[in-house]
Design a protein around this ligand. Structure first.
Ligand code: C2E
Ligand code: CA
Ligand code: CA
Ligand code: CA
Length: 279
């Protein structure tokens, strides 16, 4: 029994060593990723249910790591937040996204909006309104075409300071949306103290709308509550015709998800804009 215990302890340590090594390697790689231009944005269309038209896209970051492949954000954004690298990375995302949508406007897709995810640490460590003002000026993008997606956890960090920054962003003229709504603990009535334009209903609710009465009624109540607070609604993670039907009947404003399109690299997004701009 003693031997067995020692063996297990040994295995555990070795495994931990590998993990620490991997972590260090990832961190070093991420430091260099920006300079070496290994980061890229993919774009996922958002479709209005009223018009059936693509009205905007969300920018989603990926890391094309040499010798390894395309790394999804969930595998490196947490590390970027721990190390503070999210600050330069977040700024890169914002600049790139604004420049791209401006290029699309010039190419004739006049009213396309761009949504950018902003993490809590960016709000805490940076003057986000000032950054946004600078980036909009540099890219010559009209503020109303930029939407910032914030999660509830951002709002909970320091509600007064965040609310102030959000009001400043509203004065600039950008749109603010609440990402992953329903996964946290706050009610929409609590959240009405923040100037939120759009509520994005988390995909965990959408997954359930056609399979459970609970999922359906929760989603319905989010939509009607948002409506009464003059916020628009976007359903995330829409994958099926049935889900689309449900959202149509219950007057959700827009959808995003694999049903219409996965997030696409730039060249494929350009193709989609030319060929498939409605449901
Ligand atoms: P999110 O903002 O909630 O983005 C939606 C995620 O759902 C994306 O994952 C997207 O690919 C995925 N998705 C879209 N439609 C469907 C669908 O129909 N079914 C399913 N199963 N999934 C769908 P992705 O691109 O891996 O991004 C994951 C998260 O990483 C994002 O969640 C966001 O929180 C974060 N993220 C992405 N880009 C950035 C960024 O530039 N900055 C920051 N701070 N976070 C980012
Ligand atoms: Ca988002
Ligand atoms: Ca989301
Ligand atoms: Ca999410």
């Amino acid at each position: 029994a003693k031997d067995k215990g020692r063996n297990c302890a040994h295995c555990y340590t070795a495994e931990m060593g590998v993990q620490i090594e991997e972590q260090a390697d990832l961190e070093k790689g991420l430091h260099q990723a920006l300079l070496r231009k290994e980061l890229e944005l993919h774009y996922q269309p958002k479709v209005s249910l009223k018009s059936g038209q693509v009205y905007g896209v969300e920018a989603l970051i990926r890391w094309r790591r040499p010798g390894i492949g395309l790394i999804p954000p969930d595998s490196f954004i947490p590390l970027a937040e721990e190390t503070g690298l999210i600050i330069p990375i977040g700024e890169w995302v914002l600049r790139n996204a604004c420049a791209q949508v401006k290029a699309w406007h010039i190419a004739g897709y006049k009213d396309l909006t761009i949504a950018v995810n902003v993490s809590a640490l960016q709000f805490r460590q940076q003057n986000i309104p000032e950054l946004v003002r600078n980036v909009l000026a540099d890219s010559k993008l009209e503020p109303k075409y930029l939407e910032l997606e914030l999660t509830e956890s951002v709002l909970m960090q320091d509600p007064e300071t965040i609310a102030l920054a959000m009001r400043e962003l509203k004065e600039i003229g950008v749109r603010l949306s609440l990402d992953d709504f329903g996964t946290g603990y706050s009610s929409l009535s609590y959240l009405k103290q923040f100037p939120i334009d759009v509520v994005k209903i988390d995909q965990s609710f959408i997954r359930d709308v056609t399979s459970s009465i609970n999922g359906a009624s929760l989603t319905k109540s989010i939509i009607s509550m948002a409506e009464s607070l003059h916020m628009t609604t976007v359903a995330e993670g829409v994958e099926t015709e049935e889900q689309l039907g449900f959202l149509n009947i219950n007057r959700c404003d827009a959808i995003q998800g694999y049903y219409f399109s996965r997030p696409l690299p730039l060249n494929e997004m350009v193709k989609l804009l030319a060929e498939k701009t409605h449901l």
